[in-house]
Design a protein around this ligand. Structure first.
Ligand SMILES: Nc1ncnc2c1ncn2[C@@H]1O[C@H](COP(=O)(O)OP(=O)(O)OP(=O)(O)O)[C@@H](O)[C@H]1O
Length: 275
């Protein structure tokens, strides 16, 4: 088990304040405020469609909030120029759903890509870094000439992780890093998330459905609830605390989610479909 970072020990690297995201008539995020201290690993959980990915994308300004602010290391990401934003995004690494590798490039070219784009390192040094990054995620040198389609899903995810770590990001964003993987490979990914954190004080935000991932990797868990199903001015964040506190949460919506129980949902879905 890794040393958990207590909230309050560090200044926030990300400060999300009163965030509201709406697409047309649909409110997806409603009044979300979160301070993420530097070095924390935060897991965001919640049922499909509750807005986890939307929240992740606002943290890197891929989605503009309807209201509210996202301040990254003192800068409001939604107020700075495109040029400045590009500079700030280099400080992030992201592993999105699917590995999002470039299909036409070899594995070596994929991992080398950010280093070629954003540094002036000589090719020999880039080559060495690529081999080291692949070794760090448990992949052999022999795959550098392969194309992504020749690798399994788990290997592709690890290549995506190696690529996203190439520039030693200050913030790592993981969107469903274990989805579609078998339990062993999921745990390999969890271990890699932990190992990255143990090497340097990266801040990590992990969107996941996988309770094992949340419990194993995170210092802190946030559970979102779909805005459309909130009553009155109930908060959208149902739980914000350490993973070990989830089991004692008094909110049934939280305990049902973490134990994978449908509760009244089937009935509600039938009623919604009939309406
Ligand atoms: N660019 C967009 N334009 C319009 N609607 C969007 C956009 N992005 C997301 N949505 C909607 O916002 C809602 C939340 O989507 P989001 O992908 O954040 O859910 P999620 O919690 O990550 O779900 P899952 O666990 O299934 O990935 C969904 O209803 C989705 O259709």
């Amino acid at each position: 088990m890794h040393a958990r970072l207590e909230e309050g020990n560090a200044e926030p690297i990300l400060d999300v304040d009163s965030l509201h995201v709406q697409f047309g008539a649909q409110t997806v995020l409603r009044d979300i405020s979160i301070k993420i201290p530097r070095g924390q690993t935060l897991a965001i959980i919640g049922e499909s469609g509750c807005g986890k990915t939307v929240l992740l994308k606002t943290l890197i300004a891929l989605i503009k909030p309807t209201e509210g602010t996202v301040v990254f290391d003192g800068q409001n990401l939604h107020k700075i120029s495109e040029r400045e934003l590009t500079k700030q995004r280099i400080r992030y690494g992201f592993v999105f759903q699917g590995a999002a590798l470039f299909d036409s490039m070899t594995i070596g070219q994929n991992v080398a890509f950010p280093l070629k784009q954003h540094t002036s390192k000589p090719i020999e040094e880039i080559r060495e870094i690529v081999f080291n990054l692949l070794a760090d995620v448990g992949l052999p040198d022999s795959i550098v000439w392969k194309k992504p389609a020749e690798l399994s899903g788990g290997m592709q995810k690890r290549v995506g992780l190696a690529r996203s770590l190439a520039l030693k990001p200050e913030v790592m964003l993981y969107d469903e890093p274990t989805t579609g993987l078998d339990p062993i490979m999921s745990d390999v990914i969890n271990e890699l998330v932990l190992r990255t954190r143990s090497r340097y004080p990266v801040t990590s935000i992990v969107v996941t459905h996988d309770m094992r991932t949340a419990r194993k990797t995170a210092d802190r868990v946030i559970m979102l609830y779909p805005a459309s199903r909130l009553k009155g001015d109930e908060p959208q964040i149902l739980y914000d605390g350490p993973p070990e506190g989830l089991d004692d949460c008094q909110d049934r919506r939280v305990t049902q989610f973490i134990h994978g129980e449908a509760g009244e949902r089937l009935m509600e879905m039938r009623e919604a479909a009939r309406a």
